[in-house]
Design a protein around this ligand. Structure first.
Ligand code: ACO
Ligand code: OAA
Length: 445
């Protein structure tokens, strides 16, 4: 069969699926099914309890629920406070990883031990880079990492041992290894697919996760304190977001079946890379490139608005009708993390002389919520999310776009790990929701 014939064949199959997989929308209402496990106001169906974090997007005033500025709390502390309490030269990723995993801030000795363990675990089995990561390199670094995670299971003699301590060991090892899987996966792609020179630097046990990431990425291993602090902040902001986000819920679901840590984290990675979830950071950059190619004047709000309307009408960019970086399943008026990012964006844009780009971002930020509201059914409000500015920040740090979602994963594996442990300790029951069957019974003649 030629490729064209194959395509025709699958298009015919698609038409059959569209006919036979068709469930009348009224049936969802009739049986009280919440599409996407969200009620008619967009609120998630209650599926669990957690002590790890809290997300606030509305407040009760005079017995009425009203949208409010978003809040994000990690183990009892506001994420902004955790960031602002760090010393000028202090990196927070490791300390906050300890907090999320252990439920308490580490004292000095606990922090020293944890840093040492993270540093010592930041290594890969002998020849792993050559034999696994360098094989079949891909622009999709999330896929490359997922393959590496599953392969790491073969090197673990206690892969299936189901104790909490064994899972903690595996989770902490993976937290340490993720920066290597990400950067080396990118290096393989950059060399074999883009014909660029390859350099594989070894990690440094004494450096923080953010510093290691920048050092591993750069040919000359050099970075400034400001750059490492900005990346550290970005990682902290992406570490955790409740039990219901798509990848953490996946972690909970796979953990509940009794599966091992490697398989659980691989499943979470597959969820995170979706463009409606963590993959949105790459989509934002592609969308911004597309907008730049179609807009002459970054300060012309009418011109920008007209193009954004075309995007929402599925008439421009990827024709999915989404303005990436906008909207959130929980937040309404604001995502607190976007506000923190915005402060850094302003400083960096000035330093790197990217004010024109910033102007374009700010105009989109201002125009998009209204355009979406005009064209869609809005329950709670749409505002910029954490990933509207994250790609711009990574770009200004010289991080290649192929690594954006991987950066998210390097951070979010901490939240996934905390939820895996909480699921094992507090729930220990297989997750199994119900689907109402609307199937018609037939007899074979
Ligand atoms: C780390 C993260 O995962 S943050 C999210 C990253 N994702 C993105 O940036 C992708 C773009 N955004 C989106 O796709 C959505 O906002 C999501 C998936 C994040 C949340 O979706 P929902 O829970 O459906 O949001 P919500 O209930 O507020 O949406 C209301 C309406 O606005 C639409 N809408 C929401 N965001 C957008 C957007 N960015 N562009 C266009 N339309 C949007 C929804 O499709 C829905 O329309 P409909 O019901 O009339 O079809
Ligand atoms: O909570 C969600 O649905 C999306 C998410 O992971 C985040 O915003 O960090």
């Amino acid at each position: 069969m030629t490729t064209e014939q194959m395509n025709d064949y699958f298009e015919e199959l698609e038409a059959v699926c569209l006919k036979n997989d068709n469930i009348a929308p009224r049936l969802f209402e009739e049986y009280g099914v919440n599409k996407g496990l969200r009620d008619e106001n967009g609120k998630g169906v209650l599926t669990g309890l957690t002590n790890i974090s809290k997300i606030v997007s509305s407040k009760i005033v005079d017995n009425q629920k009203i949208p409010c500025d978003g809040e994000l709390w990690y183990r009892g502390y506001r994420v902004e406070d955790l960031i602002h309490c760090l010393g000028q030269n202090e990196f927070g990723f490791e300390k906050i990883a300890y907090l999320l995993l252990m439920g308490k801030l580490p004292d000095e000795r606990e922090k020293e031990d944890f840093d040492r363990i993270i540093g010592e675990c930041r290594t890969l089995p002998t020849n792993f880079t050559r034999d696994v990561i360098m094989k079949a390199p891909s622009e999709d670094v999330m896929n490359s990492m997922t393959r590496s995670i599953l392969t790491l299971a073969s090197y673990d003699k206690k892969v299936k041992e189901p104790s909490v301590s064994n899972s903690l060991r595996q989770c902490i090892q993976l937290i340490s290894e993720f920066p290597l899987l990400a950067v080396y996966g990118y290096n393989a792609y950059n060399h074999y697919e883009k014909n660029e020179s390859m350099y594989i630097h070894h990690p440094d046990k004494q450096l923080s996760t953010a510093e290691n990431l920048l050092m591993l990425l750069r040919p000359d291993r050099k970075y400034t304190l400001t750059e490492a602090k900005v990346l550290d902040t970005a990682l902290i902001l992406h570490m955790e977001h409740g039990g219901g986000n798509n990848s953490t819920f996946t972690t909970r679901v796979v953990t509940s079946s009794g599966s091992d840590t490697y398989s659980t984290m691989a499943a979470a990675m597959c969820s995170l890379k979706g463009p409606k979830h963590g993959g949105a950071n790459i989509k934002v950059m592609e969308m911004m490139d597309d907008i730049r190619a179609h807009i002459k004047d970054y300060s012309d709000k009418d011109e920008i608005e007209a193009y954004l309307r075309r995007i929402v009408d599925k008439d421009a960019f990827d024709q999915k009708g989404l303005i990436y970086g906008m909207g959130h399943a929980v937040y309404s008026i604001s995502d607190p993390r976007e506000r923190v990012f915005k402060d850094y964006v302003k400083q960096l844009a000035e330093e790197k002389k990217r004010q024109k780009d910033l102007e374009l971002y700010e105009n989109i930020e201002m125009l998009a919520p209204k355009i979406i509201a005009d064209k869609r059914h809005i329950y709670k409000g749409v505002s910029p999310n954490v990933d509207f500015y994250s790609g711009f920040v990574y770009d200004m740090l010289g991080i290649p776009v192929e690594l954006y979602t991987a950066m998210f994963a390097v951070a979010r594996i901490v939240g996934w790990s905390a939820h895996r442990i909480e699921e094992m300790i507090c729930t220990d029951k297989i997750i199994r929701p119900a689907y109402m069957s609307v199937m018609e019974e037939k007899r074979l003649s």
